[in-house]
Design a protein around this ligand. Structure first.
Ligand SMILES: [Fe+2]
Length: 405
């Protein structure tokens, strides 16, 4: 494919000026002890008297729940604690939490944890506000029609950006499928991004979840839904993550780097909320669903191969990304810098001890296994259509062939 053809330039221009909605539905608080400083004030200002806390056993054993409970107790705020949220929350767990929320006359939800706690909290909020069963509202079925209880999201990991997005992923164990529930009604009204909650995260989790955030930032920057509003979040998040993720991975004591990664992850959440994602995510989802590869690792491994595939769509943007990873590329022309984008990301992954392919899985991928993965990737309607370069089945197969060996 010829680089940067006239037709592509026209397409990019056309998309660049297309309509978008810039409403920031989440009020973001950032900084050390921002939970301590703001949580009771917000709850009291709104006049809520009983709070539902959605969290998981890991947050209980880490002592983070107790820290939040003390903050609430000091302000005499009553709580109902639901700490049974599992990784990839199930529909039955959402329905159980909803029943408790209603029975206990709760008025607001605090989502305390990683992506799962936030997915669960959004699910409970949806059903409390609209009735029925959570899977009634999966994408393609009913839409949420009524206002839902307020959610205050307090992320304790980096990466998902779920604290500022209107999307929840709920698993139906009988169908063995994950379903998306998306509505502005379940976007958290408040996000409290407190880096002190991430200071004890293990290094390998920082690497994988930080790379998930970096992929959110890069995919939203280069997607066909990108616009100047989303791009401003994307590019800032890319810069912050490239600068701080390796330090945060190697030096657990560097609080500034950890804080920058936490904030950049939230900015990347805003970015993909408005700018969407692409086929890194389309291809990584089946690797997690079929072979249990952690989401951030799957994204990180696939990223350089998709960049190689996508770079022809916008030489300026891919050159800009490559130069953020390797500032010495300012001395070469745009096309040469864009051509290096995959290489510099491979090098970055290596700094985080992320493998360059999935060979560590030690699976002999047959042609039919690869074809299944490719079909799943193309069925990912939430990401695949927004990739800047349209990919055929053969092209997706070809990406998998390179990354699976
Ligand atoms: Fe992701």
């Amino acid at each position: 494919m010829d680089l940067n053809t006239q037709k592509e330039r026209e397409t990019n221009l056309e998309l660049h000026t297309s309509n978008f909605n810039s409403l920031l539905a989440t009020n973001l608080f950032f900084g050390e002890e921002c939970v301590n400083k703001n949580l009771p004030l917000i709850i009291q200002e709104q006049g809520y008297s009983k709070i539902f806390i959605a969290t998981d056993p890991g947050i209980v054993s880490s002592g983070i729940l107790n820290k939040v409970l003390k903050i609430l107790d000091d302000s005499s705020i009553k709580c109902e604690i639901f700490s049974e949220v599992e990784p990839n929350p199930l529909d039955v767990t959402v329905m159980k939490g909803t029943a408790i929320y209603i029975e206990e006359n709760c008025e607001l939800i605090i989502a305390l944890g990683g992506g799962s706690a936030m997915d669960f909290a959004k699910g409970v909020s949806a059903v409390v506000g609209n009735g029925g069963h959570i899977l009634d509202y999966r994408r393609g079925k009913k839409t949420l029609q009524k206002k839902c209880p307020t959610i205050i999201a307090i992320p304790t990991t980096v990466g998902t950006g779920s604290e500022v997005t209107p999307v929840s992923v709920i698993t139906d164990p009988q169908a063995k499928r994950k379903y998306i529930i998306a509505s502005p009604y379940i976007q958290p009204q408040y996000a409290m991004v407190d880096p002190t909650l991430t200071y004890t995260l293990p290094a390998h989790i920082v690497a994988s979840t930080g790379m998930d955030a970096l992929v959110h930032a890069i995919e939203s920057y280069t997607s066909n839904a990108a616009n100047p509003f989303s791009e401003s979040f994307s590019i800032q998040a890319i810069k912050m993550l490239v600068k701080n993720l390796p330090t945060s991975y190697k030096d657990n004591e560097d609080r500034e780097a950890r804080a920058q990664v936490h904030l950049a992850s939230t900015l990347a959440g805003f970015a993909f909320n408005y700018g969407k994602l692409g086929i890194v995510h389309s291809c990584s989802h089946p690797m997690s669903a079929r072979y249990g590869v952690p989401h951030g690792i799957a994204n990180a491994v696939i990223l350089p191969y998709v960049l190689e595939f996508n770079k022809v769509t916008n030489i300026e943007k891919f050159a800009e990304i490559a130069r953020i990873f390797d500032p010495s590329l300012k001395d070469v022309d745009e096309r040469e810098a864009a051509n290096q984008v995959s290489k510099v990301v491979h090098r970055f992954n290596a700094q985080l001890n992320i493998p360059s392919t999935f060979s560590h899985l030690k699976i002999d991928f047959t042609h039919s296994m690869i074809a299944e993965l490719a079909r799943d990737a193309m069925d990912d309607v939430g990401t695949f259509p927004f990739n800047p370069r349209k990919a055929s089945l053969d092209e997706v197969v070809s990406i998998y062939q390179k990354v699976l060996i």
